[in-house]
Design a protein around this ligand. Structure first.
Ligand SMILES: C[S@@+](CC[C@H](N)C(=O)[O-])C[C@H]1O[C@@H](n2cnc3c(N)ncnc32)[C@H](O)[C@@H]1O
Length: 302
């Protein structure tokens, strides 16, 4: 039975207007602030967060982990390609993507890990002709949507299904061949205990000196404070009503994680912006973490 039809006590039900608040939605107010310090919560927000101590039972947590792939696949069955907005900011905000060429005519090789239906890669492919993109996701449906996109062509992209935490990426991507890996709102969907495995897997296909561009939910994002009782899986880790999970990253947690997997930190900042929830007439604070890590070159690592 589909997990989304089962009721976990206290599950939150996302209304369409709340779903629109997701990153990249049309309700975002232009303008954002980069900051090195975490968002400061009001007393009311602190109380709300601190009041939630009970965790989802171990049995349900195991079930969620076992069914993670199924739950994302069902997400794409329900939403097809309509949920996430194309992420045009990839080139706007990740200037590095273009700057990381050693010479102008270099064909950049990119891996979009956890590509969903391709909202990140297709704007990039449209924008930059001299790029080859590997794109993987563990939802077979999402990968199929990527392949059906009119902009998909085998000369410029290769999409494949894989679980980043257990399927060796080198089965589809030559070892040490990738210049840039993008991890956009993906690691948050992975169980914290398995995040390091995903990063080690990514590291194998990245060139020495290659970079990982990361953007994901930051600590105290509005979405984190919105979870109701019964949705908490662990510290900063929650389950949505449809069974998909979300971790909210602090800068410190992320750096430690990447360093343990052998990367070096180049940039790591919270991005603060506001989103309007028109129905509720509210302006809500969004917090994302935008970071850049590098795989040390041979001389640097020894
Ligand atoms: C929030 S979506 C982001 C999609 C895309 N990066 C974007 O920015 O539009 C998270 C994606 O991560 C994928 N995902 C979650 N866990 C994964 C895993 N262990 N291996 C591969 N993909 C995973 C999900 O299937 C989902 O498509």
């Amino acid at each position: 039975m589909a997990l989304s039809n089962e009721s976990f006590p206290g599950d939150i039900k996302l209304t369409p207007s709340q779903e629109e608040e997701e990153e990249g939605s049309k309700n975002e107010i232009p303008g954002q602030t980069k900051t090195s310090t975490a968002r400061v919560l009001s007393q009311e927000e602190l109380d709300r967060l601190g009041g939630e101590r009970a965790l989802v039972s171990g049995f349900k947590q195991m079930k969620l982990e076992k069914e993670a792939q199924k739950n994302w696949d069902l997400f794409y069955k329900r939403n097809t390609t309509n949920f996430f907005k194309d992420r045009h900011w990839t080139t706007r905000e990740f200037e590095d993507l273009k700057a990381c060429r050693e010479f102008e005519s270099q064909r950049l090789v990119l891996l979009e890990a956890g590509c969903g239906v391709g909202n990140c890669i297709f704007p990039l492919l449209e924008d930059d002709l001299n790029i080859f993109v590997y794109a993987c996701d563990f939802s077979p449906r999402a990968v199929e949507f990527v392949k059906q996109n009119p902009l998909y062509c085998p000369e410029r992209c290769c999409a494949f299904q894989c679980d980043l935490t257990q399927d060796d990426l080198t089965a589809n991507v030559p070892e040490g061949s990738v210049d840039v890996v993008t991890l956009i709102f993906v690691l948050s969907a992975v169980h914290p205990d398995k995040m390091k495995l995903a990063l080690q897997n990514i590291s194998r296909v990245l060139k020495p000196g290659g970079i990982v561009l990361f953007r994901d939910y930051g600590l105290y994002d509005h979405a984190m404070l919105r979870f109701k009782a019964g949705s908490k899986l662990g510290e900063n880790f929650y389950v949505r009503q449809d069974g998909t999970r979300s971790y909210f990253f602090s800068k410190e947690f992320l750096v430690e994680l990447f360093e343990e997997a052998g990367f070096q930190c180049v940039a790591n900042d919270y991005v603060l912006r506001e989103t309007v929830n028109k129905k509720e007439g509210l302006c809500v604070p969004r917090v994302f973490l935008q970071s850049k890590f590098t795989k040390p070159g041979q001389s640097e690592s020894s």
